[in-house]
Design a protein around this ligand. Structure first.
Ligand code: SF4
Length: 241
C-alpha cells in the first residue's frame, strides 16, 4: 500500500529537503530477510525503459516530505527491522544522507536501493547504511543501451567498487529484458561481478506491468540463464514477479 498526501510539501530531513513519491508501510521483499518499510524518493537521472517506477523519474512526483516519513517511523519503532530508501534514485537527493542518519538514531536499520549514479554521495551515506541493493544494468561498456544516458557505466562501476571496498552487506541485481541484454551479456555481467568479489547476485526477469510500455512484453525464464554463471556466487536468485 502506498501512502500519499497530495497536500504535503517536501520538508527537512535533518540536512536537507526530502522529496518522497510514496511509502510502502510493510515489505518482506525489498530487503531480503528483513521486515521493512520502503520510502520511494522521487527523481532519477536515468531513463531505463524497464523502469517499474517511471512516474518517479521526475521529482515532481513527490507528494510527501521528510516529516511524513518520520512521523510514520515514530509509530513503527520496534515493529519494523528497518527502512529502505528506494526510488527513483534516492541518492539524487542530498537530503537522503541526513534522513538515513535520523532513521538510524530512531533505532531502524537502513537499507538503500541505488543505481550507482552518484558514487560520491554513496560514499557519504555509507556510515548510516546497513545494506545496499545495487543495480548492475549491463556490461559496463554497454550501460548506455539500458540507461539511455551517456556515461552511466563508469559511475555504476565506481559505486560497486566503493561498496566492495567498504565491505558493506550488499546484493547486486540485474533486470533482464531479452531486447536489452543477451545471454552472453548476462554471462559477462555474472563473470565480472564474481571476479570483483560480489557474493550475492539476483537476476530479475522483466515485468511489463508498471513500465511506460516502450519495450515489448517479453520475458526470460530460469532456463535462459547461461550455464554455470549462478554457481559463481555464494547466493544467487532468479526472480520472477
Ligand atoms: S535507474 Fe532505476 S529509477 Fe532510474 S530509470 Fe532506471 S530503473 Fe528507473
Amino acid at each position: 500500500m502506498m501512502v500519499h498526501d497530495s497536500a504535503a510539501a517536501p520538508s527537512q530531513s535533518g540536512s536537507g529537503l526530502l522529496y518522497i513519491g510514496g511509502i510502502t508501510p510493510f515489505s518482506t521483499v525489498d530487503w531480503p530477510g528483513k521486515l521493512a518499510c520502503v520510502a520511494f524518493l522521487a527523481g532519477c537521472p536515468w531513463r531505463c525503459p524497464y523502469c517499474q517506477n517511471h512516474i518517479l523519474q521526475s521529482r515532481d512526483a513527490a507528494t510527501l516530505g521528510a516529516e511524513n516519513l518520520f512521523s510514520f517511523l515514530e509509530t513503527r519503532r520496534r515493529l519494523l527491522d528497518g527502512v529502505v530508501f528506494s526510488g527513483g534514485e534516492p541518492l539524487a537527493q542530498p537530503g537522503v544522507i541526513g534522513a538515513a542518519q535520523r532513521a538510524r538514531e530512531l533505532g531502524f536499520a537502513v537499507g538503500l536501493h541505488t543505481c550507482g549514479a552518484f558514487p560520491e554521495r554513496l560514499r557519504e551515506i555509507l556510515p548510516f547504511i546497513d545494506w545496499v541493493g545495487l543495480d548492475v544494468k549491463a556490461p559496463w561498456d554497454a550501460y548506455d543501451r539500458v540507461t539511455l544516458v551517456p556515461g552511466a557505466g563508469p559511475l555504476a562501476r565506481e559505486s560497486l567498487s566503493i561498496l566492495l571496498e567498504a565491505g558493506v552487506d550488499m546484493e547486486a541485481r540485474t533486470t533482464w529484458h531479452p531486447d536489452l541484454l543477451s545471454q552472453e551479456d548476462i554471462a559477462s555481467i555474472g563473470r565480472d561481478l564474481a571476479a570483483r568479489g560480489v557474493k550475492t547476485w539476483a537476476v530479475q526477469a522483466y515485468r511489463h506491468t508498471g513500465t511506460d510500455g516502450s519495450l515489448p512484453n517479453e520475458t526470460v525464464y530460469p532456463s535462459d540463464m547461461p550455464a554455470g554463471v549462478a554457481d559463481l556466487f555464494d547466493r544467487f536468485e532468479f526472480r520472477r514477479a
